[in-house]
Design a protein around this ligand. Structure first.
Ligand SMILES: Nc1nc2c(c(=O)[nH]1)N[C@H]1C(S)=C(S)[C@@H](COP(=O)(O)OP(=O)(O)OC[C@H]3O[C@@H](n4cnc5c(=O)[nH]c(N)nc54)[C@H](O)[C@@H]3O)O[C@H]1N2
Ligand SMILES: Nc1nc2c(c(=O)[nH]1)N[C@H]1C(S)=C(S)[C@@H](COP(=O)(O)OP(=O)(O)OC[C@H]3O[C@@H](n4cnc5c(=O)[nH]c(N)nc54)[C@H](O)[C@@H]3O)O[C@H]1N2
Ligand SMILES: [Mo]
Length: 764
């Protein structure tokens, strides 16, 4: 294709010199080179700040800087010199800003002052902090019920901020805690506790050094968890087979040049990452996993017939699990042709993976959004756990499950109480320490919160970070819902589109980022975070704040709590903010696993929270792990009709969720644009289309679920791509217009962002 189309073949390995070049560009765009480089060197050091880029853990004993291109983008984007001051908002009305793209809105820079929307001028104007807190208190006091308020959290908030926030909200009287996790790993949080008793990963970073097989399913670490590439690169070099299940051939999972490896860099070399790359159909993972398990059972039968001991871990199954017989029955009853059709893989490919799996002593399965963001998300997660259990791959070195969490502290947020389900232990802990009885009823998750707001059942929304309206499905309905709010309050570092969807009143409250010095009455403060592998550690920012008006998240939450609760329950909000050690004392008092919290986070590297299944202790009702059957094969939306494609929505290499750093998606060969759709060349031809043609994507209803009428993504350029037939890919968040709000996993509520039924047409 012509080079000026911005669509090319990317011939290089992922990583390498192109990644180093991209860091220099990111620094240049936002800050000066010297301070930029200095900040980068402090990133992820034992005494530095935790990178806000992702939740992959830091290796122990790191003395050298672990290079990460997208970590550098996250840091420079936050540490930018640009400022979104009240003067800037004076120059641009909210209506004007709504016409800008997502990149340009955030690129206004860091928020510097608390502001309120002024309807007369259609502008955000500066107000004082106390005025802002008083307005929030007035609206919350006037609501007929606390359950008419929604309190959203995006996973960047620290443990300290999140703990104070949930304490305030529960003292106010509701469990309405929609959070980004509801759109992300909720299928893991709901699916895994039923399987193994806990909704978290069981492996630690060291386990990767001892694994004999790694399965990487539905995630794109070269872009979204770049520091994981160091781990995969080392594993591949050791000869550990790495099997990938992914509809797209992601370059970093094929070939990677480690910027830390001087020889590879000097010779322009690269390391092959995936030993086997299975291009499963979008939404076909549960079927593929069942196929692999069927293969394992066949190998087991063969081995037994030949007089061997079998390939299953029968001791583990007998001692530690329930439900094995039902699983076997269902696998026998599920026919290969159905598995092949639904997964898009042929039987020999699945049998090959089964053989590799039976050959490996210890296996880790790592997975991301390609598994969770489906109607079958919870089933997908549980099939992974079933596969691991067949050979006792829990609770021994080199084995276990590894959900790759998204935001850098999303796992910690849930641990410290951002949970609409309000677990009993948490409620009892709060009562013990703070002397009040928190509400017990289940609150709203993210999807339910939007529905409640749309229906007028909720009238208040507070967002501790994030860009809820843009992240959520169906902007047609979601944006309209936002405009019905009595009051929207956004605590944020930078402006985004959610802030521009004005209710009767809207407040914009600027907060410190991770990288910044957090000075309180008791001196400079550190916060703590929990990574994907349950390691809790401290993070200390040192950069000067963007203005003297900006406050820390804990300080803002405490200010609101003081104004709203007006002394109720005698909680010492000011004391906790003066010294975050007191917040941590509260966490220690309320939650198990945080014993000697303040001491232990002062050790470099922090400490690991207890993970029962890593010790073969199963915190389930039965005290055992459970095999969970997904009966037969469930069909995906493609059965909804002719010419319906299953669209998966993707992150480019140049974005952080709804934050668009730039318009390149280097490893997929896209330059300077996002208005494209990846389609199999045969699917294009079948409709008389060719690569480079302009097309529209139209939402196709599925089981009565459809987005707001007229949901069409117009004038995309079709890219002929190596993706299974019947599947397509487009960028998130633009593609959210095509996702019905009700199209969610019925078990976990996770939106089905990755199996969206669509029709493709010539544009016009
Ligand atoms: N730089 C950067 N880092 C990030 C983020 C970011 O936006 N930018 N976001 C953060 C967050 S919140 C999260 S949750 C994580 C997200 O990290 P990922 O889980 O990697 O998220 P996605 O980009 O959505 O990628 C999904 C991957 O799954 C594949 N896929 C799509 N559909 C299917 C399917 O049906 N089956 C299978 N097997 N694979 C499928 C896609 O081809 C793609 O490779 O990253 C975190 N880190
Ligand atoms: N179609 C589709 N939709 C998706 C997904 C998908 O794969 N496909 N992925 C889903 C997933 S996995 C997730 S996690 C959600 C993401 O949903 P969110 O977490 O709500 O969205 P983000 O884009 O991460 O939020 C970015 C905003 O956070 C604010 N911010 C940044 N840093 C800080 C901070 O330190 N403190 C505060 N208070 N604010 C800060 C900035 O204002 C910035 O504009 O989107 C979901 N939506
Ligand atoms: Mo996420």
């Amino acid at each position: 294709m012509a080079n000026d189309s911005g669509i090319r073949d990317y011939a290089h390995p992922a990583g390498g010199w192109d990644a180093l070049g991209a860091v220099a560009k990111a620094i240049h765009g936002q800050m000066n080179a010297i301070s930029g480089t200095r900040i980068m060197l402090r990133n992820n050091q034992p005494h530095g700040f935790d990178c806000p880029g992702c939740a992959w853990p830091d290796p122990k004993h790191t003395s050298t800087f672990e290079f990460c291109e997208n970590g550098a983008k996250a840091v420079t984007w936050e540490a930018t010199r640009k400022r979104a001051t009240p003067e800037v908002f004076q120059r641009h009305s909210v209506t004007e800003l709504l016409g800008w793209n997502d990149h340009d809105i955030e690129d206004l820079g860091r928020l510097t002052h608390p502001m309120a929307y002024d309807a007369a001028t259609d502008r955000y104007v500066a107000i004082g902090w106390d005025d802002a807190f008083a307005r929030i208190a007035a609206v919350l006091h006037a609501l007929p019920s606390p359950d008419m308020a929604e309190f959203y959290t995006s996973g960047r908030a620290s443990n300290e901020a999140a703990f104070l926030y949930q304490l305030f909200v529960r003292a106010y009287g509701t469990n309405n805690f929609p959070d980004c996790s509801n759109m992300c790993h909720e299928a893991t949080s709901v699916g895994l506790p039923r399987s193994i008793g806990i909704g978290k990963g069981t492996v630690s970073l060291e386990d990767f050094d001892q694994a004999d097989l790694i399965l990487s399913i539905g995630h794109n670490p070269g872009t979204n968890h770049p520091r994981m590439m160091t781990t995969l690169h080392a594993a591949s070099r050791r000869g550990t087979p790495i099997v990938v299940l992914n509809p797209l051939r992601e370059r970093a999972l094929e070939r990677f040049a480690a910027p830390q490896d001087p020889l590879e860099m000097a010779t322009f070399g690269a390391t092959q990452i995936a030993s086997d790359y299975l291009q499963v159909k979008v939404g076909g993972d549960a079927a593929a996993l069942k196929g692999i398990m069927k293969g394992v059972l066949a190998l087991d039968a063969n081995d037994l017939a030949a007089g061997g001991p079998g390939v299953l871990d029968r001791d583990f199954i007998a001692t530690h699990t329930n439900g094995f017989d039902a699983l076997v029955q269902d696998l026998h009853a599920t026919a290969w042709p159905d598995i092949e059709r639904a997964s898009g893989l042929d039987r020999p490919a699945m049998e090959r993976v089964a053989a590799l799996y039976c050959h490996a002593r210890s296996t880790i399965v790592a997975f991301g959004m390609g598994i969770t963001q489906h109607r079958l998300g919870t089933d997908n997660v549980q099939q992974i756990s079933n596969l691991l259990m067949l050979r006792g791959n829990y609770g021994r070195p080199g084995a276990g499950i590894c959900p790759l969490r998204g935001h850098s502290n999303v796992q910690g947020n849930r641990t410290v109480g951002i949970d609409e389900k309000a677990p009993l232990a948490l409620r009892q802990g709060i009562e013990r320490v703070y002397g009040f009885v928190p509400p017990a009823e289940c609150g709203h998750d993210a999807g339910e919160a939007i529905e409640a707001i749309a229906a007028g059942r909720s009238r208040f929304l507070m967002c501790l970070g994030g860009n809820l309206a843009v992240a959520m499905a169906d902007p047609g309905r979601t944006f309209a819902a936002m405009r019905r709010l009595e009051l929207a309050v956004h605590i944020a570092t930078k402006p985004n589109r959610s802030h521009l969807l004005i209710g009767r009143q809207s407040l914009l409250l600027p907060c410190l980022g991770r990288t910044e010095l957090d000075l309180q009455a008791g001196g400079a403060q550190s916060i703590t975070v929990e990574d994907s592998m349950s390691m809790v550690h401290a993070s200390t920012g040192r950069l000067p704040p963007p203005s003297d008006q900006v406050r820390s998240e804990p300080a803002i939450v405490a200010g609101i709590a003081k104004a709203v609760l007006a002394g109720r329950y005698g909680i010492d909000w000011e004391g906790m903010v003066a010294d975050y050690d007191r917040i941590r004392d509260g966490i220690e008092g309320v939650l198990p696993g945080f014993e000697r919290f303040n001491q232990r986070i002062r050790q470099p590297g922090g400490f690991r929270l207890p993970i029962g299944p890593a010790e073969r202790v199963w915190p389930t009702a039965s005290g055992r792990a459970a095999f969970i059957v997904m009966p037969g094969i469930q069909e995906d939306p493609r059965t909804a009709g002719d010419q319906v494609l299953t669209l998966t929505t993707l992150r480019s290499h140049d974005q952080y969720n709804t934050t668009i750093y730039g318009f390149d998606d280097r490893y997929r060969g896209i330059v300077g644009r996002r208005d494209i759709v990846f389609v199999n060349a045969d699917d294009l031809a079948a409709q008389g289309l060719a690569a480079g043609d302009r097309v529209d994507l139209e939402a196709a209803p599925f089981e009565g679920e459809a987005p707001a009428p007229g949901a069409v993504l117009r004038n995309l350029t079709a890219v002929a791509y190596d993706i299974p037939r019947g599947c397509a890919g487009a960028y998130y968040p633009e593609a959210n217009v095509l996702v019905a709000l009700a199209h969610r996993d019925p078990q976990s509520g996770t939106p089905s962002y990755k199996s969206v039924p669509v029709r493709l047409r010539r544009a016009g």
